[in-house]
Design a protein. Structure first.
Length: 266
């Protein structure tokens, strides 16, 4: 399996670290609240068939928050600039958790460079009568543990995330997430009413045991985006990419390959 190549690009005055591996159709992966992840096994598997590109969003990883970044919509516009700058076309856009919210906002605005959209356990919408855990009110350890169904994986993640050596980056990421999602809590009522504008093949992946955003959120995303397909992964919390990497990679790869072969809706 190919190893990632690391580089940096400057867009809108922000220095953006990139991980990139593989060959084939472009797959742009937008990370979640924890910042750009390690090159996970699922991403290595996907890089066998796709050119997997993982940028780190401005304001994450300990980088400075640029003056233009205040909302998720700002990030969506930033990634549109990224697509223009790198000149990517026919892109399979994959949004992980918070990155899924950003990806959906981007697709509402301009999907002309996209071949497909995949959202994994994405916040961004409100589901009346269904409560989500408020991560801003949880202890740091519980906020990590609630992400997982498998508490052995949670043990490893707690040790890594709460390592004192990572404290500065962790706190910086938390400040950026609070700025983006504090009010209203993890949703955008304006975006939600325009999800019908997403007219590209869309896959919603959800952990059946997600306690942060229960399965009803995945069902609501699937109902809000025309033609969207929902796949629920059993014995899995908020991070299917970590808890079920083989199934995650297989579902995404098969979906994106089929989407690229399908005629584009007008």
């Amino acid at each position: 399996m190919p190893d990632p190549v690391y580089s940096t690009i400057t867009i809108r005055g922000a220095s953006v670290p990139l991980k990139r591996a593989g060959a084939g159709p472009a797959m742009l992966v937008l990370h979640g609240a924890g910042g750009s992840p390690r090159f996970l096994p699922a991403m290595r598997k996907l890089s066998e068939k796709f050119d997997v590109i993982i940028p780190q969003a401005p304001g994450f990883g300990g980088s400075d928050v640029p003056p233009w970044l205040e909302t998720v919509s700002d990030l969506a516009n930033f990634y549109l600039d990224f697509l223009d700058e790198v000149d990517l076309r026919g892109v399979h856009l994959v949004g992980l958790s918070l990155g899924g919210w950003v990806a959906a906002d981007l697709a509402v605005r301009n999907a002309s460079r996209l071949a497909s959209l995949t959202l994994m356990d994405a916040p961004g919408i409100r589901v009346p009568g269904v409560a989500a855990l408020d991560q801003f009110l949880l202890s740091e350890e519980r906020a990590v543990r609630e992400l997982y169904f498998d508490q052995k994986l949670a043990d490893d993640s707690v040790a890594r995330v709460l390592d004192p050596a990572n404290e500065d980056v962790r706190l910086a990421n938390q400040r950026t997430v609070a700025m983006l999602a504090w009010q209203p809590r993890f949703h955008d009522p304006q975006m939600q009413r325009w999800l019908h504008r997403i007219r590209i093949p869309t896959l919603i992946l959800w952990g059946d045991n997600d306690r942060m955003f229960p399965r009803a959120f995945g069902e609501a995303w699937a109902k809000s985006i025309p033609g969207a397909r929902l796949e629920v992964l059993p014995r899995c919390g908020h991070l299917p990419i970590q808890e079920q990497p083989e199934q995650f990679a297989s579902l995404v790869a098969d979906f994106c390959t089929a989407a690229a072969a399908a005629p584009r809706a007008v």
